[in-house]
Write a protein that binds this ligand. Structure first.
Ligand SMILES: [Ca+2]
Ligand SMILES: [Ca+2]
Ligand SMILES: [Ca+2]
Length: 276
């Protein structure tokens, strides 16, 4: 190996290093990597799962060709209860499709992430995205401020790949079995109609990944979101596995019971005081 060749090799390796550094985005990396925010489906932090489907509106399998029909894979019930590692127990939303779920114990804001959304991607870069919206009253929904820094020069195809470090506040960032976390404090002052301490409703809305502005959807900063497109099959669009609540409003029964215990303790100390 001569010196010139060695120099060239070092230069190539160094520039590759710079290139890969500049390619990685600013957001959390894939599940299992240091500083990933992924929440495993069996995490002890999970306090509950969605209990019922309020509505399900499937989107077309290809919004650019609506004659092909809507997505049909799975049922709404597949989005209820715990998520897991079965990539087939999901509901496919189709382009721009949406599902609204209800939690018996409303989700509440507390330290860190408050809910997590699970998709069925079978690899770290095989990502399909959705917006997440929450509501206190079931009528007015508020969207987490999604960010996508994926370049939009070339369309990501049906089996194309995305880099999770380019994505923030978008469900589906992590592979099957790992939830994308959302923090209600992000929406704390967005509207008087949203009480972040009482959120029984969560809506998941498929991102239409087309980079053609007449079909595509934009993030909170007005950028088109490049996401696998078209996905013209029955299982097209975001495939929802489940939504976990990490912080919930304590049940009324718990309050009543604590009040009863406190009342009993007060009565007991009062009796003792009278005796003395
Ligand atoms: Ca929080
Ligand atoms: Ca999927
Ligand atoms: Ca999509």
């Amino acid at each position: 190996m001569n010196e010139r060749y060695l120099c060239a090799r070092i230069l190539i390796i160094a520039s590759y290093g710079v290139m890969s550094m500049s390619l990685a985005g600013p957001f959390a990396p894939a599940a299992g990597q240091p500083s990933s925010t992924a929440i495993p489906f069996d995490s002890p932090a999970i306090a509950g799962w969605a209990d019922s489907v309020v509505s399900l509106t499937r989107g077309p399998i290809n919004i650019a060709n609506p004659g092909l029909g809507v997505a049909s894979f799975g049922t709404g019930a597949n989005a209820l209860g715990p998520a897991g590692t079965d990539t087939t127990k999901v509901v496919s939303l189709g382009d721009g499709g949406a599902i609204t779920l209800q939690f018996q114990k409303p989700i509440r804001d507390d330290a860190g992430a408050d809910l997590a959304v699970y998709e069925n991607g079978f690899a770290d870069n095989f990502i399909e995205l959705a917006f997440v919206e929450v509501s206190s009253n079931g009528i007015d929904f508020f969207r987490f401020p999604a960010v996508s820094l994926t370049p939009t020069v070339a369309q990501v195809g049906a089996f194309g790949s995305l880099d999770p470090t380019d994505l923030d506040n978008l469900a589906g960032k992590y592979r099957v079995g790992f939830g994308t976390p959302f923090d209600l404090s992000t929406l704390a002052n967005v509207s008087p109609l949203l009480d972040v301490f009482n959120v029984p409703f969560v809506r998941i809305v498929d991102v239409v990944g087309s980079v053609n502005p007449s079909f595509g959807t934009t993030d909170s900063q007005g950028r088109l979101i490049n996401d696998p497109f078209p996905t013209a099959f029955a299982s097209g669009g975001f495939d929802l596995d489940g939504v976990a609540a990490l912080h919930v409003v304590p049940e009324a029964g718990t309050f009543a019971f604590s009040a009863l215990v406190m009342g009993f303790a007060a009565a007991l100390s009062l009796r003792r005081a009278i005796r003395r």
